[in-house]
Design a protein. Structure first.
Length: 122
């Protein structure tokens, strides 16, 4: 049996003129990025969607930022993707000029545990 095909995020048309597809793993990773990098208020019909993580780009890179980011990431993913994933862990490290966010989650459809790594450099 082949892996189910999901819509690619962001939505786009493939070279063959059809809706671009993605594997479940790609789809979930794209959705995590969409939630984390959308400003609240950016979506007209869903103004509360997103996490505001991009607002922290110019914030001082400090342990307090790492703690706030950890809470922000976990709560946003639980709110918007709880029907697709179970967030297992969020680890945020702040060092010198980089903020690294690791999200460990279980895809509910396949019961597989995955990790997504996001890095922000000052």
């Amino acid at each position: 049996m082949t892996e189910p095909v999901h819509f690619a995020v962001p939505y786009r048309i493939a070279a063959d003129g059809r809706t671009a597809g993605a594997s479940l793993d790609e789809h979930v990773r794209d959705l995590i990025g969409l939630v984390l990098f959308t400003y609240p208020g950016e979506r007209v019909n869903r103004p509360d969607f997103g996490s505001g993580l991009k607002q922290l780009v110019f914030a001082e890179n400090a342990p307090e930022l790492a703690n706030a980011t950890q809470h922000l990431v976990q709560s946003s993913l639980q709110r918007w993707l709880s029907d697709l994933i179970e967030v297992r862990a969020v680890d945020v490290k702040s060092s010198d000029s980089a903020l690294t966010v690791l999200v460990q989650f279980r895809a509910l459809e396949t019961d597989e545990v995955r990790v997504v790594k996001l890095v922000r450099e000052a």
